[in-house]
Design a protein around this ligand. Structure first.
Ligand code: NZQ
Ligand code: ZN
Length: 383
């Protein structure tokens, strides 16, 4: 196991009715800006619960943060904050609203000339407004991590800083009952791939991280299809919500190598073709597993045995079956597993490769050895 320092400062309030805690989490003398997306929170009662919880606070709202939050929208919120003087941000929604709010929090206090530099040039974030959040879509882990992904046209870039990690997060599984089957699938698959990016590398004898990761994978494989088959089952919703948070709150990633190739290639698929984040991952991950099977052999065999009980047969047979089972899980979750499933082909590979190059994604993987030509091979395998 590699050396690490670990601190996750986000206080979690989990369970039905916990939105009420927002009132005590945010200091009474704060001027609060509530940020949300396209309006799902107005239809499912979450907005009303937020209004009640904020009784006694001075607050206003900023609506319209879109999926894959766009820089221009976020800068409009920054402008509102700077003109009207808010000092606490409350994000209510999925990963896009929370990520967007993280960028807004940093951009509002940014001292450099152009806040885009936070994403494009990794300009240091020295200060940010405090953030709390109410999660309505279990998927990204953004509610208790320090990362955010922001888009500007076809550029989809990320930044990470402890300054934007939410101080608290409310996770009420009841808020997820209004999700469409597509968003439920996306969430389960995104969380699954987050675990895989931190697990499917090479062994460093990190038994706790490995077994915790395997527990999350098994839970998602078990509960994911149930969420589609029995959408009203709150126990299923609760287990998925907690799995998705644990998948990317930093814990399983400490002291172990990480990959993130699937995400980096996936971001180019979203940036260029607007494909949902999770659906890019279900297309790319199987191809990464196939193309990197030698580098990842030991962990692929561990995955085969501990997730699918595969102990018989040759090394190649066990690995092939494990990859096939992963694809089959994705198909059960009704997400695509090939570029052709989303009507992309050979001619699109060059576009994606050029974008990876433009964004400096030329040395990916846990060894930093996945070159542009390796990414091209991965995309060809995904055809
Ligand atoms: O905007 P509203 O009306 O709220 O509708 C949203 C949106 O249309 C809807 N939705 C959310 N909660 C709902 C609901 N609809 C009904 N009932 C509810 N309870 O779902 C749609 C998608 O929302 P979005 O926030 O875009 O989805 P997700 O949570 O999957 O977030 C995706 C974004 O997060 C980034 C992705 O790249 C993408 O931009 N990621 C962030 C990460 C992080 N910060 O650590 C890591 C991830 O790998 C990921 O890259
Ligand atoms: Zn993701």
């Amino acid at each position: 196991m590699n050396p690490f320092s670990y601190h996750n400062p986000t206080r979690i309030h989990f369970g039905e009715g916990q939105i009420a805690k927002v009132g005590t989490e945010i200091p009474k003398d704060s001027k609060v800006l509530v940020l949300y997306g396209g309006g799902s929170i107005k239809k499912n009662g979450v907005y009303d619960q937020v209004s009640q919880a904020l009784e006694g606070h001075q607050w206003d709202e900023f609506a319209g943060i879109e999926p894959n939050p766009q820089y221009d929208t976020l800068m409009a919120a920054v402008n509102k904050i700077q003109t009207e003087g808010f000092d606490y941000l409350l994000a209510v929604g999925g990963g896009s609203v929370i990520d967007g709010t993280k960028f807004i929090a940093a951009a509002a206090r940014f001292e450099g000339a152009d806040p885009w530099d936070i994403l494009a040039k990794y300009a240091p974030v020295k200060d940010a407004l405090p953030i709390g959040c109410i999660l309505t879509l279990p998927a990204t882990g953004s509610e208790s991590n320090k990362g955010a992904v922001v888009s500007r046209g076809k550029d989809k870039l990320s930044f990470m800083t402890a300054k934007v990690q939410p101080a608290f997060a409310v996770l009420d599984p009841a808020t997820t009952l209004s999700l469409s089957p597509r968003q439920v699938s996306n969430g389960v698959v995104d969380a699954f791939v987050h675990v895989m990016e931190q697990y499917l590398t090479f062994p460093v004898d990190a038994k706790v991280q490995d077994r915790f990761a395997e527990g999350l994978l098994l839970t998602l494989i078990e509960e994911g299809p149930k969420a589609l088959a029995s959408p009203e089952d709150m126990t299923v919703r609760a287990n998925i919500m907690w799995s998705a948070t644990q998948a990317l709150n930093g814990l399983i990633g400490v002291g172990v190598p990480q990959d993130w190739t699937t995400h980096m290639i996936g971001h180019e698929l979203t940036g260029n073709y607007g494909i949902d984040h999770a659906r890019t991952l279900s297309i790319v991950l199987p191809a990464v597993m196939k193309e990197q099977r030698q580098e990842k052999e030991a962990k692929l065999l561990q995955y085969a045995e501990r997730i699918f009980g595969l102990t018989e047969g040759s090394v190649d047979e066990r690995i092939e079956t494990a990859i096939a089972n992963t694809e089959s899980f994705f198909r059960d979750m009704q997400v695509p597993t090939r570029l052709s499933d989303v009507d992309l082909g050979e001619e699109d590979i060059l576009v994606l490769i050029n974008s990876l190059e433009k964004h400096g994604m030329t040395t990916l993987g846990e060894h930093g050895k996945i070159s542009i030509s390796d990414s091209e091979a991965i995309l060809r395998t995904a055809l």
